[in-house]
Design a protein around this ligand. Structure first.
Ligand code: ME8
Length: 508
């Protein structure tokens, strides 16, 4: 049987800025999917990294007084630190200043030239360094102080320089056909419609090289030009898969990528330019691009200049890594914008984690520890109400698979917590603390049933809260190598010793 492979990527982040909650959010979503797929038996390649070339980075390096390479070395490290603190399980961390990437970009360039997709011309028009993007005249607004800005609010400057162009204008019909034939390529639906109408309006050839600065990848055979930073950056997804070694097992396994996760700000680059570049180089476009929404901070846009960026490292230190992970994916329907408020994080933690899940785990494991000689009890024949509880937990697997394949984390978590509530109600109704005196065998059956459902939920929720779920599984004496989805149906071992229960989700 062919092995199931799954290649998922985050955007590679600019090193002009320290990592903040927005970066953590995108990588978290990918981490959850990567972990879920691994537990489900897939061979996963999960890549993240840093985008280190271009005018914006050159400018930031100058401002910091460091040479660009030293500057990027330093800031890139802070993104690795973020990954470690947030417990991200990436397989590859790519930096665009690495040799493997320079080779991939130059190879792709030559291929595009060979396919007659690139020609030399000269560019004159607006450029926003903040967005590293070109804008048309009709997109530019002039503020009362005379400053010109792009629709994103970024300041633009007039640029005139020799430039190579990519024949993007020729790709309109093929892109539209591609979107039509691949309805799952782009989500959510509203973004898909936006992109389709943008392409329908017509595409212009795209300037893909710059001559007014040097911090970039050199164009083969023309050392005056460096590659446009977005062509360089997007190519990282190929580099990670082993490009240009097309016949390597890695490339065969992992290209095309299964999912590029991005924020809504960079959808045009991923859903228009990128598939056009790839098709123009005789490569397959990715299977899917998902553009999630934007976080604001207590109602305000998050920005360095407003000084209101949220540092995920502080949040983790204060509230705990799994608490932050859970909150970010539970609070806001994935795909929509969301507002970050510490109050909501505390509320979610106290209600969903401490009260609902934490309390359930605590009371079941404490009773087993105290009343069943610290061992998973032997149940009697399960009654319908017991079977119903176990069935609800077991059914979560296919429900979660479906929701996570649509990147609907909030729905997956909602369904999981419905089952948590169902088990809590079952415990309340069965009242094992009363059964203890009148029907010990029944008490043991109820505790067994609840513990078995908790085991399954903990296995399934590992991708969201790896540390806490593993503590729960430790507590139930579940073996390390029996925590993948394959083991969902192999129930708790009767007589297995359990550990002295500790509180896993404290109230904040
Ligand atoms: O665009 N809310 O890098 P970047 C949610 N280098 N997500 C946010 C966010 C917020 N407030 N702020 C940032 C680049 N993000 C390019 C990408 S890929 C080939 C090159 C997340 O450092 C979101 O994923 O500006 C967004 O798309 C990304 O960070 C932008 O990161």
């Amino acid at each position: 049987m062919k092995e199931a492979n799954y290649y998922i990527t985050t955007p590679i982040y600019y090193v002009n800025d320290q990592p903040h909650i927005g970066h953590a959010y995108t990588t978290l979503a990918c981490d959850v999917l990567a972990r879920f797929k691994r537990l489900d038996g897939y061979n996963v390649l999960f890549a993240t990294g840093t985008d280190e070339h271009g005018q914006k980075i050159q400018k930031s390096a100058q401002l910091s007084g460091l040479a660009p390479q030293d500057f990027t070395d330093k800031v890139s490290e802070t993104f690795r630190e973020l990954a470690s603190v947030m417990n991200f399980s990436y397989d590859d961390f790519i930096r665009t200043t690495e040799n493997r990437h320079v080779e991939a970009c130059q190879f792709l360039w030559k291929k595009l030239e060979k396919n007659n997709q690139i020609y030399l011309g000269s560019y004159s028009g607006w450029y926003a360094i903040r967005d590293e993007a070109f804008y048309n005249d009709n997109e530019i607004k002039t503020l009362s102080n005379g400053q010109k800005i792009a629709p994103t609010g970024a300041e633009v400057h007039w640029v005139e320089e020799p430039s190579y162009f990519f024949r993007l204008s020729e790709w309109k019909d093929r892109l539209l056909k591609f979107y039509d034939e691949n309805p799952n390529f782009l989500a959510p639906e509203s973004r898909r419609n936006e992109v389709i109408s943008f392409v329908k309006n017509g595409l212009q050839d795209l300037s893909v090289s710059r001559t007014s600065f040097t911090w970039g990848i050199q164009i083969p055979q023309d050392s005056k030009h460096v590659m446009y930073v977005w062509l360089d950056a997007l190519t990282n997804y190929l580099t990670v898969a082993g490009y240009p070694n097309l016949s390597s097992p890695k490339f065969q396994q992992f290209w095309p990528a299964d999912l590029h996760m991005v924020g809504k700000d960079i959808i045009r680059f991923h859903a228009v330019f990128w598939p056009a570049f790839l098709m123009a180089a005789d490569l397959l476009p990715p299977k899917r691009v998902f553009a999630h929404g934007w976080w604001t901070n207590e109602g305000q846009k998050i920005s360095k200049s407003l000084g209101n960026t949220i540092n995920p490292l502080d949040l983790v230190q204060k509230f705990g890594v799994d608490q932050v992970r859970y909150f970010l994916l539970r609070e806001v329907p994935f795909g929509q914008d969301g507002d970050f408020a510490v109050k909501s994080l505390i509320q979610r933690n106290n209600s969903d984690l401490a009260n609902d899940f934490g309390n359930l785990v605590q009371r079941v494991s404490t009773m087993i520890y105290r009343e069943c000689s610290k061992q998973i009890p032997q149940p009697e024949t399960l009654q319908d109400q017991d079977l119903l509880i176990i069935k609800s937990a077991t059914q979560l697997y296919s429900l979660l698979k479906k929701e996570y394949d649509q990147q609907a984390f909030h729905k997956g978590l909602e369904q999981t917590w419905n089952v948590v509530s169902q088990i809590n109600r079952y415990i309340d109704e069965q009242a094992p603390w009363n059964l203890k005196k009148v029907n010990k065998k029944r008490m043991e059956t109820v505790l067994y049933t609840a513990a078995e459902a908790i085991r399954q939920i903990a296995i399934l929720t590992q991708p969201i809260m790896p540390k806490s779920c593993n503590l729960i599984l430790d507590q139930l004496g579940c073996k390390q190598n029996e925590r993948t989805f394959k083991y969902l149906e192999i129930s708790l071992k009767i007589g297995q010793n359990i550990n002295n229960p500790i509180g896993i989700f404290p109230r904040i």
